[in-house]
Design a protein around this ligand. Structure first.
Ligand SMILES: [Zn+2]
Length: 127
């Protein structure tokens, strides 16, 4: 008789197993997102103070088309973020003021960096 009960509840068990799996997937996907304050900089003396040599903290040489950002020290070089209105930025730089929930994105043009200002955005970490 106990065997019959098991068979009866089998679909319900399967349903809840699938449901928890779906929740795990949603949770893992949602975990990739975080709110960041995104500021912008270029390679000029004004933006970089003493380090305006066009080379990032990781040794990356900046070009006009570079999509890179500075991130806090707990985020390793090579980490990629999908930043709305900017694109996919790779962490190649550090900055004194870049701590906590801040990222600093690179523009080849100083005016574009100023125009960006600081935006609070929901950012997806890709790796
Ligand atoms: Zn600048």
């Amino acid at each position: 008789m106990r065997h019959d009960i098991k068979i009866k509840y089998y679909p319900i068990v399967i349903f809840f197993v699938i449901l928890s799996f779906v929740f795990v997937v949603i949770h893992l996907e949602y975990k990739k997102y975080a709110w960041y304050y995104i500021s912008a900089y270029c390679a000029c003396k004004e933006c970089c103070e003493g380090y305006a040599d066009g080379i990032t903290a990781s040794g990356y040489v900046l070009t006009e088309t570079s999509k890179v950002c500075a991130a806090p020290k707990n985020i390793p070089f090579g980490t990629r973020f999908d930043i709305p209105h900017y694109g996919i930025a790779t962490v190649e730089d550090r900055g004194k003021a870049i701590t906590g929930d801040r990222l600093d994105i690179y523009f080849s043009d100083h005016d574009k960096a100023i125009e960006w200002g600081v935006k609070k955005l929901h950012v997806k970490r890709l790796n």
